[in-house]
Design a protein around this ligand. Structure first.
Ligand SMILES: [Zn+2]
Length: 152
């Protein structure tokens, strides 16, 4: 059975969020976990169905299957709460702007910009998410212990 590629998942999500696609986990949760229609979800976040399916496919691959992806998405949401976008989409103009450099970037180049100009912030976001994941894992283990002791 395929393993969950946690490191790759965290890297992927951190870059998506910093690059201004911070809706991604909400969209995936609605589509993959809650089972809403792809057209509805894509429309809600202003992306194409094709893009939504592409994101979903990436997450499923990195999770090692669809059932695991469904379990992992809420955890990813939880551990990425403190991570905020660097590149944001301006509502009026629809342009993507780097809030750190105060320059406009093409939406397609947003992630590349983060990777090249803000590697330190990306590393920080990844570390933050990794630390949060450890906390979640500890909590899950604690709950398991409680279940075991209470049934004895
Ligand atoms: Zn920048």
């Amino acid at each position: 059975m395929k393993q969950v590629d946690t490191k790759s998942l965290i890297n992927y999500i951190a870059l998506k969020i910093l690059g201004g696609n911070d809706y991604l986990l909400n969209a995936l949760e609605e589509y993959l976990v809650k089972g809403e229609g792809p057209a509805t979800v894509a429309y809600r976040y202003g992306i194409s169905k094709h893009q939504l399916r592409g994101y979903t496919q990436r997450i499923i691959e990195k999770s090692g299957g669809e059932p695991r992806a469904r379990k992992i998405i809420p955890i990813l949401k939880r551990i990425s709460k403190g991570v905020k976008p660097i590149v944001t989409k301006e509502k009026t103009s629809g342009l993507y702007k780097c809030t750190k450099c105060d320059i406009n970037v093409q939406s397609d180049d947003a992630e590349e910009h983060v990777r090249e100009a803000h590697k330190d912030l990306l590393t920080l976001a990844i570390r933050q998410m990794t630390d949060e994941l450890e906390k979640v894992k500890m909590e899950i283990n604690k709950k398991k212990e409680v279940v075991v002791t209470s049934t004895q």
